[in-house]
Design a protein. Structure first.
Length: 194
């Protein structure tokens, strides 16, 4: 009888031990998805520093009218659609000569890069951009959005201004565009000082 009681106690102890292990495993598997969700939903964009750094290089090039560098940071499909880098450089020079001399780019700042979206083999995210332009009527401010694109998992970023995006243009440029990404509406430019 003692043998049976001892065996039963051992079986009961084993079952309790298994139940505790199963409960612990269930808790771990419940917590892991929550942590992953928090990381992707609430965590910072892991490429923010790199994106902002490359935005600043591009902004500096814009302020210095260094079109070669600007084109280096322009999404390659856009450069290709424009006939290549040489054609785009020529067009940029002509556009500069035809621009009203009453407008001069004064300052470019960037907000925090938003959530990363996978689009085919690319990474996409929105970067808020604020431009200050000197005009004959005073300083004008406009806020736009850049689409930041990486083709190599975040090592190099290219940019496109989204102010004239249409569904047709998006399909033509990005056949694998992730439509979960929300492109904010641009603000209307406003005079902010003399």
């Amino acid at each position: 009888m003692t043998m049976k009681n001892g065996a039963k106690r051992w079986e009961i102890g084993l079952m309790i031990g298994r139940n505790k292990t199963l409960i612990m495993i269930k808790k771990v598997y419940t917590i892991i998805p929550f942590l992953i969700f928090c990381n992707f939903s609430f965590g910072q964009n892991q490429f923010s520093e790199k994106i902002i750094s490359e935005c600043k290089i591009m902004a500096d090039a814009m302020l210095k009218k260094n079109y070669s560098t600007i084109i280096d940071y322009t999404y390659p499909k856009i450069v290709e659609m424009a006939g290549g880098k040489a054609a785009l450089l020529k067009a940029s020079g002509q556009a500069l000569n035809n621009t009203d001399s009453g407008f001069e780019l004064d300052k470019i700042t960037f907000g925090e890069p938003q959530k990363i979206y996978v689009a085919g083999k690319e990474l996409h995210c929105i970067v808020p951009e604020t431009l200050i332009v000197n005009t004959n009527k005073g300083k004008m401010q406009a806020t736009y959005s850049l689409l930041a694109i990486s083709r190599d998992n975040g090592n190099k970023w290219y940019f496109i201004e989204t102010h004239n995006f249409t569904p047709e243009k998006i399909k033509k440029i990005f056949p694998n565009f992730n439509y979960n990404i929300v492109i904010p509406e641009n603000t209307k430019p406003k005079i902010i000082g003399e």
